[in-house]
Design a protein around this ligand. Sequence first.
Ligand SMILES: Cc1cc2nc3c(=O)[nH]c(=O)nc-3n(C[C@H](O)[C@H](O)[C@H](O)COP(=O)(O)O)c2cc1C
Ligand code: SF4
Length: 465
Amino acid sequence: MSYDALFEPIKIGDVKIKNRVAMAPMNMVYSAPDGFNSEQWTAWYAARAKGGFGLIITDATVVNPNTWRGSDHLNCHLFTDERYGRLLGMMADTIHAFGSKVFIQLSPGFGRQGHASARAPHEPIAAPSPIPIRIDLRNFNKGWITQVKKLRPELSQILESIGGLAGLQSLTDEQYENLESLIVPVMKVKDPGMIKVVYGEVPRELEAHEIAFMEDKMAEMSMEALRYGFDGVEIHSPHGYLIHQFLSRRSNLRVDEYGGPLKNRARFLLNIIRKIRDRIGPEAVLGARFSGDEMMPDGVTHDEMCEVVELAAAEGLSYISISQGCYENPGAFAPDGEGEMTKYAEGFREASGGLPILTPNFMTPKAAAEAVGKGLTDVAMLGRQAIADPFWPAKVKEGRFKDIVKCARCNLCYLNLFEHKWLECKVNPTAGYEKYLPELWRVNAPAVKEKVDKFLAKAEGLPSI
Ligand SMILES: Cc1cc2nc3c(=O)[nH]c(=O)nc-3n(C[C@H](O)[C@H](O)[C@H](O)COP(=O)(O)O)c2cc1C
Ligand code: SF4
């Protein structure tokens, strides 16, 4: 079979990307203290750029300067003001030196999926409405259950006693409540961090002036991101985070202009797009990422999301990136298999008036090349597969299929993230340690090395004086 479709260049806005293989946004939380970029995070992206990803979309980078943002427990990349710009800009420059383009994903905050900051523990997180999340373990899949079982032998035994994943998913509400009464006391003592993820905090309701402030902030920092060298900006609006919370009736019970009918629930998103466009002009690349379906009762359906995409595209988007689910349905956003999300591409393409579509959840070259070749998506994004093998695109291009290291879909990476541990991968021993590999340093990048060598040659053989 031919894999050529993956290596056709594509233009998004005015940005020319050398192939159709992108790295999906992933928060590896390799940040330095206070959300600054680190050498490790730069090297992490350099590895994927060296490995041939034409486009890299960064982790969700939070522009919200308020502690109610809810992201401090993870120590995400921050971009709240100019102090953060130089290191983020250096990261973009390093990615460019290895031949890839980079869009920065900007987030206004975590809303009800976040947690109070350790710096201001008594200040609640804030969201559209005071409704906490509650994760129903029946929405877990094989990958998540693998990790839950590893967490504690007691949990593993309890799950085995009900017939594993299949047994769990077939429980009635009453049976599930009984199971919770067994599991929660164990986890409360031994895994308080995980309990915090499963049963969220009650957020306070955001005031209208705070919402308008965040719209302006997203616009200001988008302009700054472009000034620091990023090729485009992506609005972080999937997976039940703050913007998605406004879109969803599950999390938005407001009675003001930001609540009620879909057009009102989309107001935060639409104002953000309009204000960003006003600041960055009509040409710069501005995309948005959406869950194709929230996949929860009363959540945003695919049909509603198509309406949102239509409204959003009319405000001036350059592309649409797809995902699905939210924290309350974690199996949805981390599928066990591959190719599950192209089902939203047709609806989103039509609703957006034909904008380029970026879709994740690929592992095998065959599935990715077929999806792009058949026009199911314009760009194939690799999420966990890009953690497992940073060199996937180059290996596919060279026909070295046997050398591809396959993602085991074990979700260890996700568990590390939520357990606040250093993020490692089951099958890639270099993940998390890229900064120790000199071939990934900017001075050794193809676009820079010759100049560096020439410069250093002029100092060769000098005595120590
Ligand atoms: C560790 C980790 C962190 C993630 N962080 C983000 C993020 O910051 N922003 C985002 O839009 N999606 C994030 N995702 C979701 C991925 O972009 C992707 O949609 C998901 O992993 C499914 O694609 P895959 O099957 O190719 O992995 C994250 C995924 C992982 C594994
Ligand atoms: S193999 Fe690596 S990338 Fe894949 S799910 Fe496991 S830890 Fe994550």
